[in-house]
Write a protein that binds this ligand. Structure first.
Ligand SMILES: O=C[C@H](O)COP(=O)(O)O
Length: 234
């Protein structure tokens, strides 16, 4: 399977940013990796229209575990798929910090798969957990409790202390964790790395064994920078 280079725009964007999708398509007309942009839900349909006839996929940043109904403020997976999403990020640490549980991530993943979305399930340890030597067991427990029972999905390993901080995990840390995750989940899911991925370190990170792509935050907001990361994939 191709590596997946995913942009998580978080709460950044504007309908005008459709132009960024067109710019990216021009910068990387024949990418060797799969490209995904996950914009805020409010502009997902606009971005999806801009991505039409390009090889860029559009994804959501979360979805509800419920079907349509009395769930104020939630995003229905069926509707996200309808307006152009093919992926959904689930269990990002910024949502886990706001109370998202493993059980809820698992329920959301089940619902997403049912509606034709491919979940990217995020896991990762805090700095305190890494320093205590429990990074692998923390991530293992998250995986056990939050992965769906079937269907196709990807995993993103994002050490919390490396997100938006400019600190990247070392090659050894990434290799050890990705190998541990691979041993836990088997051959199928891609295992993306996320946490301060940027043009300067992308090639090295994407070359590590068992790294199936990258989930990029800050460096995905400018298309020149994101395109360089896409070009570093294999
Ligand atoms: O979802 C993306 C991650 O949170 C990484 O963000 P970052 O590249 O800004 O560190």
């Amino acid at each position: 399977m191709k590596q997946l280079i995913a942009a998580n725009w978080k709460m950044n964007g504007h309908p005008d940013w459709a132009s960024k999708v067109r710019q990216l398509a021009k910068l990387v007309p024949a990418p060797s990796a799969e490209i995904l942009i996950c914009p805020p839900h409010l502009i997902l349909d606009t971005l999806s229209a801009a991505a039409d006839e390009t090889s860029i996929a559009i994804g959501a940043q979360d979805c509800s575990e419920f079907s349509a109904g009395a769930h104020t403020g939630e995003s229905d997976a069926a509707l996200l798929a309808e307006i152009g999403a093919s992926y959904v990020i689930l269990g990002h640490s910024e949502r886990r910090a706001a109370g998202e549980t493993d059980a809820r991530v698992k329920a959301k993943a089940g619902r997403a798969i049912e509606q034709g979305l491919r979940p990217i399930i995020c896991v990762g340890e805090s700095l305190a957990q890494r320093e205590a030597g429990s990074a692998v067991s923390v991530v293992g427990a998250q995986l056990q409790a939050s992965l769906p029972d079937g269907g196709e999905f990807d995993i993103a390993y994002e050490p919390i202390w490396a997100i938006g901080t400019g600190k990247t995990a070392t090659v050894t840390d990434i290799a050890e964790m990705h190998t541990a995750i691979r041993d836990m989940v088997g051959e199928t899911p891609r295992i993306l790395y996320g946490g301060s991925v940027k043009p300067a370190n992308a090639q090295e990170i994407l070359g590590i064994m068992n790294v199936g792509g990258a989930l990029v935050g800050g460096a995905s907001l400018e298309m020149e920078s994101f395109a360089t990361i896409v070009q570093a994939a294999h």
